[in-house]
Write a protein that binds this ligand. Structure first.
Ligand code: SF4
Length: 137
C-alpha cells in the first residue's frame, strides 16, 4: 500500500518547493511536486526528483568511521556511535578547557536548511558560543 507524505524541500531556494513523497513499506518510491503549492505549483527540479537515489545509495556513509591515529594513509574503520561521540566530546571539552569555547570555529554554509542544520547552532550556543565565519572561508 502506498502512502503520500506532504513535505517540502529543505534546500535553500527561496520557494521551498512543496513535495508529495510516495512511500511504500516505509520506503520512498517516488517524489513529485505538490500541485497545490502556491508558488511552485507542482514543480520540482531534477536534483530533488532524484533524491530517493541518494537516500538509498549504497555509497552513503551511514556509520561513523575512524582512521587509526588519525593518519591520512590509514584505512577507515567503522566505529559505533558511542565511541564516535566520546571522541568528539573529548576534543570539544579539551578545546574549551584549554582555550575557551571561542577557540572552536563552527563553519556552516548554505545549501540546506533542514532542522538538524539549525539545531547545531543551539548546541554551540549552549556551550557558551563559538567563533563563526562571516561570508565564505
Ligand atoms: S526542489 Fe529544487 S528548485 Fe525546488 S527548492 Fe528544492 S532544490 Fe530548489
Amino acid at each position: 500500500m502506498e502512502d503520500v507524505i506532504y513535505t517540502t524541500c529543505t534546500l535553500d531556494c527561496p520557494d521551498g518547493c512543496g513535495i508529495l513523497a510516495h512511500v511504500e513499506n516505509g520506503r520512498i518510491v517516488r517524489l513529485e511536486g505538490h500541485p497545490k503549492h502556491e508558488i511552485t505549483q507542482g514543480f520540482l527540479c531534477g536534483k530533488t526528483y532524484r533524491y530517493p537515489e541518494r537516500v538509498y545509495s549504497p555509497q552513503r556513509v551511514l556509520h561513523p568511521l575512524k582512521r587509526e591515529n588519525g593518519r591520512r594513509n590509514e584505512a577507515w574503520t567503522r566505529i559505533d556511535w558511542d565511541e564516535a561521540l566520546d571522541i568528539i566530546a573529548a576534543r570539544i571539552r579539551n578545546a574549551v578547557e584549554a582555550f575557551g569555547s571561542l577557540s572552536i570555529m563552527h563553519y556552516q554554509r548554505t545549501g540546506s536548511w533542514g532542522a538538524s542544520k539549525l539545531l547545531s547552532r543551539r548546541f554551540w550556543n549552549l556551550l557558551g558560543g563559538v567563533t563563526t565565519a562571516s561570508g565564505s572561508i
